[in-house]
Write a new protein. Structure first.
Length: 127
């Protein structure tokens, strides 16, 4: 397993605004608090992997969500350790709030690029 933010990751700076629903973007700021009791954040593409953008954006050494997911056997030891030492290779937002603010900005009028990303996701996820 190798963590890598997917091409539609809401934490990536190079993903256009308006790809995900407001409800999905609204989840991101909650994870800015390292004491957040929500479980680990998994990829929106439903591939069973941790969201690499979430891992890269937040301090996993202090993430209760990561720890809870590990002790609940939702993560392997390999996934847990990789999350602790992960350094993103693409630009990501500094916080979930910053990612959310970017993501919701163009929900009502998504760019042609955002529409293409959504169409590609629809095919991949069979929506």
């Amino acid at each position: 397993m190798t963590l890598r933010p997917c091409g539609s990751c809401p934490y990536r700076r190079d993903v256009p605004s308006g790809v995900w629903s407001r409800e999905e973007y609204d989840k991101l700021p909650e994870y800015d608090d390292p004491q957040c009791l929500a479980p680990a954040f998994f990829c929106h593409q439903q591939n069973g992997e941790l969201c690499a953008g979430w891992v890269g954006c937040h301090d996993m050494d202090n993430s209760i969500g990561l720890r809870l997911s590990f002790v609940a056997d939702n993560l392997t030891e390999e996934q847990y350790r990789e999350a602790l030492y992960y350094q993103p290779q693409v630009p990501i937002f500094e916080s979930g709030k910053e990612a959310r603010d970017h993501g919701v900005r163009d929900i009502e009028t998504p760019s042609p690029r955002a529409i293409r990303v959504v169409q590609k996701l629809g095919k991949k996820l069979e929506l």
